[in-house]
Design a protein around this ligand. Structure first.
Ligand SMILES: [Zn+2]
Length: 156
């Protein structure tokens, strides 16, 4: 079922999107959605500060944009969500609701992660859709980007 996707390259693009987010003052997190054929359907960066919208996480923006492109209504069956940081509860929930086949992420988020760290919303057996999870893709690059951002925020 799972295509042999070039996850390193996809995560490389997500990391570029993440780096762009800090230019407008948002925490550097980037996401993209790959279609069933592995092509990029949509990409987004965290825009919470930019939009003043608490729900404007990179994953939610990418999933929304992908659904517009996908041509199967809201269902993203066969698609893969790629994101630089482990999804939070909202984004893990959104990935379940969107019916993506797979969630691929970079760094773990021990403070808010909902794909295995604090919760495992994505693979909760009580839900009727459970995307496959691949963790740790280019994790160190994502963690380095986040650490540098928060260090700069603290003025260090
Ligand atoms: Zn989120």
């Amino acid at each position: 079922m799972t295509l042999d996707l070039d996850l390193d390259a996809a995560m490389g693009r997500a990391l570029e999107l993440a780096a762009a987010a800090q230019e407008w003052g948002d925490t550097p997190i980037g996401a993209l959605v790959l279609g069933p054929d592995g092509a990029v359907l949509a990409e987004a960066a965290n825009e919470r500060e930019k939009r003043g919208d608490p729900t404007a996480h990179a994953e939610v923006l990418a999933l929304r944009a992908a659904a517009e492109q996908h041509g199967d209504g809201w269902r993203l069956t066969g698609c893969t969500l790629v994101v630089t940081l482990e999804p939070c509860t909202m984004c893990a929930g959104a990935s379940v609701l969107s019916r993506v086949d797979r969630v691929v992420y970079g760094a773990d988020d021990p403070k808010a992660g909902a794909a295995g760290s604090l919760w495992d919303v994505v693979r909760d057996r009580r839900l009727n859709h459970r995307p496959e999870v691949t963790a740790g893709v280019r994790a160190e690059e994502s963690a380095t980007l986040l650490r540098a951002f928060f260090r700069a925020q603290r003025g260090l």
